[in-house]
Write a protein that binds this ligand. Structure first.
Ligand code: 2AM
Ligand code: CA
Ligand code: CA
Ligand code: CA
Length: 260
């Protein structure tokens, strides 16, 4: 069953990517949601609808949780659930026309079975099937090796060093100082894909939704990366939470610093 779903999805996601690239030739309708930095466009909604139509036609019993709310309203993850973010990194999509991705995870009774992150501008499809390994455009991604903070690039958002309700900026200073470098790409999905591919070593963020991380979680775990919240606890794919994704070894080292 999972191989069959994967075959459909490999076609659907590349077709969706083509539609997004075509949309650059049209005028985007841009609106704000919860805040002036929280953007949505007509393309976000159209791409979510694109996946919903195909999934419903092919798998009428599956349920769909999508960021733009065009799927089902879910209270639990029983059965097969597709968790979809049609465009992750909408601000990048609007301002930069790159560094955004389609992110999809397919879960069965709460367990991630398939994960997809499609970097549309670069035409790079990261995907994984539980127990079968992770791939980038068909090439297997090697297992992640343990690393240490002084040799690591960590990804986090600059707003953390401003006053905020969730984390003391002074806790982050030693972490940022000790790391080899820091980055921020503005797409949780791509940041997770980069960890799976060894381009980043850790990614941490304060508040994400299931659709931001569902695809990435399957891909990262398949190469031995660790995915938890900022307290080191497992993630629950039905609620918002903080997220901390890392290579093995480094995960313990960073947790020890931020929990001091
Ligand atoms: P989105 O583009 O799908 O909304 C940006 O730092 C990252 O955080 C993106 O992955 C973005 O996903 C996500 N994000 C989650 N909630 C957000 C919000 N309220 N405003 C902006 N980005 C948000
Ligand atoms: Ca959004
Ligand atoms: Ca998102
Ligand atoms: Ca989105």
């Amino acid at each position: 069953m999972w191989n069959e779903i994967d075959q459909h999805m490999q076609h659907w996601i590349r077709e969706a990517g083509e539609r997004i690239r075509d949309a650059f030739q049209t005028k985007l309708k841009i609106e704000t949601k919860s805040s002036p930095s929280d953007l949505v466009t007509n393309v976000d909604r159209e791409i979510e609808q694109f996946f919903i139509e195909r999934i419903r036609r092919t798998y009428p019993t599956h349920r769909i949780l999508g960021e733009e709310g065009l799927g089902d309203t879910l209270e639990a993850l029983d059965g097969v659930v597709w968790i979809i973010d049609p465009i992750d990194g909408t601000m990048n999509f609007v301002h930069q026309q790159r560094h955004f991705a389609i992110s999809v995870g397919v879960f069965q009774d709460g367990v991630g079975m398939l994960g997809y992150i499609y970097d549309v501008a670069f035409d790079e499809l990261y995907y994984a099937q539980k127990g079968k390994g992770a791939f980038l455009n068909g090439t297997p991604l090697p297992p992640l090796e343990k690393t240490t903070l002084d040799r690591s690039i960590i990804s986090l958002n600059a707003t953390w060093v401003t006053e905020n309700r969730r984390i003391d900026p002074n806790v982050l200073a030693p972490l940022v100082k000790k790391a080899r470098g820091t980055r921020s790409y503005g797409s949780a999905a791509l940041e997770m894909a980069y960890i799976a591919a060894g381009k980043l070593d850790a990614y941490m963020t304060l508040r994400l939704s299931p659709w931001d991380i569902a695809g990435g979680m399957v891909i990262v775990q398949e190469v031995g990366g660790v995915v938890t919240n900022l307290y080191g606890e497992p993630l629950n794919m039905i609620e918002k939470s903080s997220v901390f994704v890392s290579k093995p070894g480094l995960h313990e080292e960073i947790l020890a610093i931020i929990q001091r």
